[in-house]
Design a binder for this molecule. Structure first.
Ligand code: MN
Length: 507
């Protein structure tokens, strides 16, 4: 029988404590709704006492039609617990530090005083009818006997849940398992763990506690949180579902929404996900090396532990100095191009040469190389830029006019932007967004040489609604025109890819 692990998401509380992150009440509500759709069991919506905006945000989340339980943080202070009540909460997460370091230098109280405050706060919260989860902050650096004593004491006055926070990510998996067992034995209550990633062990420590009997994990999307962050929701959930354990674990998370949720949170909080991040990083399902590409094309299981679709993603290939003939042929096939074996090796040779010069080879460049080697004059272009102008200056918002011809039909659009490039791209997207739902995923501008007549290089990655991606690069003297050309090139590739795919599927 599978054991259900409860997912307590603290993206809106610990995640918001990421340096540089602050959310508006509207953003917090939108995130809570997104988390609810993802399937988390509990949402820590914030810390009601900290500000008026925070109070407003938590109130709106508590009042929204959300299936997950909504929780708020409170110190073991009456005023904090009262604030949770004012916010409309029925569930409070109250905490006090218990390690000697925190007691001596931060709270300046004794262990006995901390114990008394914990008991008093839990009694008070229970008297108000709240569900109470109690945390002993810095639990993993707390004297082991004292930790047991304080957990036992709060369980005796009615705490509903106990949380073990590894506040500075200091625990090992073995130690966290040991104190989890202590806690269950002392309290007989459901136990949560709250792990930080200071040594990169947050998920490993969380799993270890779950194996020792913890029923709930505090996590954040993308692992955001103070310092090195918290245990990441997506890594934990996929580990529990896919790795080999003696016990079978499951969660209520809809894993197909993980990538989308990760992108959404990253954008709204302004914290980029590192490319090599597990599950949700840009490269997590990307392949460049020839050996790997060949393997994945024969059977994805060779170099992918799980299928990308399981987490709402698609795999991608890229060519470069490690490329092989199979990968090059497969990428060209996606555009309906079938070089002979000899031509494939010629194309590969040119790709490797560019790779050796330290160049990243985009889809558009690969197609250009293939066109030359196969002596095909230009590939089919669906979109042509037939008119373009942009105005910019001081006192007026940059404004662009774009005329496109798409498969013989003319389209005109205008739009504003924060700068001339943004205005142009917005205007293009107004047209292509409707027809092909293409959007920019990545935009990079590099200067190639110095001086005001310097050449610039624009590299972009575009994505359509089906997850197809294409990269393009353009070089020129004018930043705006070069950007627009790269965008049009990328859109052409992605639309072509999509048309061919539909054809192959018999649409
Ligand atoms: Mn924390």
């Amino acid at each position: 029988m599978a054991m259900k692990v409860r997912i307590f998401d603290t993206t809106l509380r610990d995640g918001e404590q990421t340096p540089g992150v602050a959310l508006t009440p509207e953003q917090k509500l939108a995130i809570a709704q997104k988390l609810d759709t993802l399937g988390v069991d509990a949402i820590e919506a914030g810390f009601p006492i900290v500000s008026d905006g925070e109070m407003k945000a938590i109130k709106s989340i508590a009042a929204a039609n959300i299936r997950a339980e909504i929780c708020g943080l409170a110190r073991t202070e009456k005023k904090d617990i009262d604030a949770a009540i004012s916010a409309g909460l029925k569930y409070v997460h109250t905490f006090i530090a218990t390690s000697d370091i925190h007691l001596k230098y931060k709270l300046k109280i004794t262990r006995e005083q901390a114990l008394a405050k914990a008991i008093e706060a839990v009694q008070y919260a229970k008297s108000l009818g709240l569900q109470v989860e109690f945390s002993a902050e810095d639990a993993t650096r707390t004297d082991r006997d004292f930790l047991k004593k304080i957990f036992k004491a709060v369980s005796e006055v009615g705490a509903d849940r106990i949380d073990i926070p590894d506040t500075v990510g200091y625990s090992t998996p073995e130690y966290l398992a040991a104190i989890t067992k202590d806690t269950i034995e002392a309290t007989h209550l459901p136990v949560s763990v709250h792990c930080h990633n200071d040594f990169g062990l947050a998920v490993a420590n969380t799993i270890s506690a779950i194996q020792a009997g913890a029923q709930c994990a505090h996590v954040t999307i993308n692992g955001i949180g103070e310092r090195a962050g918290n245990a990441s929701l997506e890594e934990l959930v996929m580990s529990l579902q896919c790795l080999q354990f003696d016990t079978k674990y499951e969660t209520n998370i809809d894993t197909k929404l993980l990538y989308e949720t990760s992108r959404y949170i990253s954008k709204i909080v302004g914290v980029q996900v590192q490319p090599n991040k597990a599950i949700v990083g840009e490269n997590a399902f990307g392949h460049e090396s020839g050996i790997h590409t060949h393997g994945v094309l024969s059977n994805p299981l060779t170099y992918e532990p799980i299928s990308p679709e399981l987490v709402g993603r698609t795999r991608w290939f890229q060519v470069g100095k490690h490329a092989g003939a199979h990968g090059v042929a497969a990428m060209l096939e996606e555009y309906g191009i079938q070089p002979t074996k000899e031509q494939t090796y010629q194309i590969l040779g040119r790709v490797k040469k560019l790779g050796d010069q330290g160049k990243h080879v985009t889809d558009v460049e690969l197609l250009a190389i293939a066109g030359e080697v196969m002596q095909q004059q230009g590939l089919r272009r669906l979109v042509h830029l037939t008119g373009f102008s942009v105005s910019t200056g001081i006192g007026n918002m940059p404004y662009a006019f774009v005329k496109l011809n798409i498969e013989g039909k003319d389209f005109i659009s205008t739009d504003y932007g924060v700068g001339p490039v943004d205005a142009s791209i917005n205007a293009i997207q107004k047209i292509t967004g409707e027809i092909a739902k293409v959007r920019i995923k990545d935009y990079r501008l590099d200067s190639i040489s110095g001086g005001s007549e310097a050449l610039c290089e624009v590299t972009i990655k575009v994505e359509d609604a089906y997850g197809n991606q294409a990269s393009a690069k353009s070089i020129g003297e004018d930043i705006v025109i070069t950007s627009v050309q790269a965008m049009i090139d990328g859109i052409n590739r992605i639309m072509l890819k999509n048309i061919l795919k539909q054809k192959n599927l018999g649409h």
